[in-house]
Structure formats: C-alpha cells, structure tokens
Ligand binder design. Structure first.
Ligand code: NAD
Length: 322
C-alpha cells in the first residue's frame, strides 16, 4: 500500500527526491529525549508513514546505535517497498567520539546498513562537521563518500552541523554537485531564523535544504528541554515564558513552532523528533492546518515579542567557528 500524500511533498535540491514537508527525526528512538519502548517506536513510525511522512533521519550517534536499530525494525514492520520511504543516516560522529577518516566512514556505512536492515541509504551525512577538520571533510571524507555513492550504498551526500559558516566553507571547496544536501538545525524556528540568510546561496549551489529541530530540541514545547540542552539560561527562560504564555491562552507553542518552520517552502523538509503517536498526530495536524487555514499570526506576533530579547541567540558547537 503506497503512503497517501496527505502531506505536501517538496523537491530536495537537484536530487530528484521529493520529501514530505514534515520529516521524522529518529533521535528520540535512541532514548535521547527519554525512554521509548520498541512497540511505541514501531507504532510511532507506522503512524507517521500512514499520514504521509516519507522521510526518516537517524545516526549511529543517537543512543549509541539504538536509534538506527529501532528505525530499521520499524521500517521493516511497515512491509512496504523500499522506494516508498527515504532514509538518511550519518557518519563521523559516534558515542566514542568523532572520526571523519575515509577508513572509518567507509566502515560506518556497512555497520549502519546492517542495523537499518537496508541495502542502501538515500542520504549519508557527515555528522556535525564543526567537530572535525573541515579541510579533512573536503579532501578525505567527502571523496570517500563519493566512492560509497559509486558503490550504490548511498544515493546522495550531505553535511550537517550547527554553525552556519561550515556549509559555505565546504560547498565552496568541493566540485559542484558533490555535496547534494545540507542539514541545519536550530536555525529556522521562532527563536532563531538565521538559516534564512543562507538560503539564496544554498539555492544557487543547487543544494537540498533540510531544517531540523523546529521545536529547538524541546525549548519550544510545554514540557521543556532535556537536561543536556546546550542553550544559555536566558534563552531557556525566555522559551519557557513563551510556552507558559501560550498555555495560558489555550494555545500550543509546539504547533506554532511547527507552522513557523514549515512556512518557508525553500526548505525541503522540517525534521522533527517524535516519540509517540500523539506527537505525530499533532505535528501532522499542524502542517495540515497551515496548508488549509494558515498560521495563528496573532499568537505568533505575541510569542515573537516575548522571544525578542533572545532572538537568534545560539550556543558554541565544535572545535572551530568558521
Ligand atoms: P526537535 O526540535 O524536533 O524537538 C524534539 C523534541 O520535541 C522531543 O522531545 C520530542 O518528543 C518533542 N516533540 C515533538 N513533537 C512534539 C509535540 N507536538 N508536542 C510536544 N513535544 C513534541 O529536536 P530534535 O529531535 O533534536 O530534531 C529533530 C531531528 O533532526 C532529530 O531527531 C535528528 O533526526 C535531526 N537532527 C540532526 C542534527 C544533526 O545532524 N546535527 C541535529 C539536530 C537534529
């Protein structure tokens, strides 16, 4: 049974792939945001797929390989042809640390494919490249990924990370068409939309744009972020105040945040981490409401004014800021 197209599909750069505008971030399947049982993980993925989500993102780093294993089981349980879903995983970042060497990333894809129970992944990202040498990414890691592409284990190549400067650093130094996709996180949401300035450049390079963490990794939720969240205290406090304000008004900050991130159609997919059928239902409903009635502009303006003092505040990530 083909996935019904309840969600808008958007092209991903020059890849020819069409991704559902809401993508499934599988880091929660690695217990990154609290414990989730195998049966709940399977039910959550099934629900997302049945409502039109066709894109699933994971990494060997999430839960120390647990997310990949859970996602693999959940996708297998769908019992649908492989070409009905699009999977990305990553390489170079592991529970044990970072290793972007050609030898490690070449071994990594085989390990990931085994855990995912797949013959290929649609996208293999170099994970959080600001923690490595960007020159190694350009001269060693990406050429190794090109070989994996030629071997058919990977259809497209991506890079991910937090500081936005890493993307142009790499894209300006690799042959055109080598890096197909970028994944940026926490930079296209109500509290931080700095990715917007980079969109014309990325478009000019023909690169597909994935924007992750529309809820700012839990900051824009009623229950708040996990312990490990790296945001500075004033950003956490402002987001908490905004969430409480919405709650008092009978509104949901996560819905508002989803709709904000989904509004920009230059972004191919908004990757949100989900660990329950309820969250899937809420996030898909937010997308459908946006497509039919639009966003709640009044509440959005009010929330934007609460967040104004911390607008575009971020946190350090990696060993260099380029
Ligand atoms: P997110 O902003 O999507 O927030 C996830 C948190 O929000 C989880 O606690 C989840 O349970 C909760 N949530 C989801 N829907 C909700 C709802 N409707 N109401 C209340 N709470 C809700 O952050 P994320 O999970 O870190 O990012 C999404 C995905 O993007 C990740 O799972 C991962 O796949 C990808 N990602 C990649 C990188 C990278 O490559 N460096 C970084 C961040 C995220």
């Amino acid at each position: 049974m083909a996935a019904p197209t309840l969600l808008e599909l958007r092209p991903l750069g020059n890849t020819g792939l069409k991704l559902s505008c809401v993508g499934f971030g599988a880091s929660p399947l690695g217990n990154v945001f609290g414990i989730i049982s195998e049966s709940d993980a399977i039910a959550t993925v099934r629900r997302a797929f049945s409502l039109g989500v066709n894109f699933f993102d994971t990494s060997p780093y999430y839960g120390g390989t647990l997310s990949e294993k859970m996602l693999g089981k959940a996708l297998k349980a769908l019992e649908v042809p492989r070409n009905e879903y699009i999977v990305s995983t990553k390489c170079g970042r592991y529970k044990e640390g970072f290793d972007f060497s050609a030898e490690r990333v070449t071994r990594s894809i085989d390990e990931s494919l085994e855990r995912l129970q797949l013959d290929y992944v649609d996208i293999l990202h170099c994970h959080d490249i600001e923690f490595g040498s960007l020159d190694q990414i350009v001269t060693e890691t990406i050429p190794a990924l090109v070989k994996l592409k030629e071997a058919g284990k990977v259809k497209f190549i991506g890079i991910t990370g937090l500081p936005l400067g890493i993307f142009s650093y790499v894209l300006d130094r690799v042959p055109p068409g080598t890096v197909d996709v970028i994944l940026s996180y926490c930079h296209y949401g109500i509290n931080d939309n700095t990715l917007e300035d980079l969109l014309p450049y990325l478009k000019s390079k023909g690169v597909g744009i994935i924007s992750a963490s529309p809820l700012a990794m839990g900051l824009l939720t009623e229950s708040g972020p996990p312990e490990w969240h790296p945001a500075p205290p004033e950003l956490k406090a402002a987001c908490k105040a905004a969430a409480s304000y919405c709650k008092e008004k009978g509104k949901n900050i996560s819905k508002l945040a989803m709709q904000y991130s989904l509004s920009n159609k230059e972004i191919s997919t908004v990757l949100v981490g989900m660990n329950s059928v309820k969250q899937v239902d809420e996030n898909i409903a937010a997308a459908q409401e946006l497509a039919t009635v639009g966003k709640d502009e009044k509440t959005l303006t009010e929330v934007e004014s609460i967040l104004k003092p911390v607008k575009n505040q971020t946190w350090p990530s990696g060993i260099q800021q380029s």
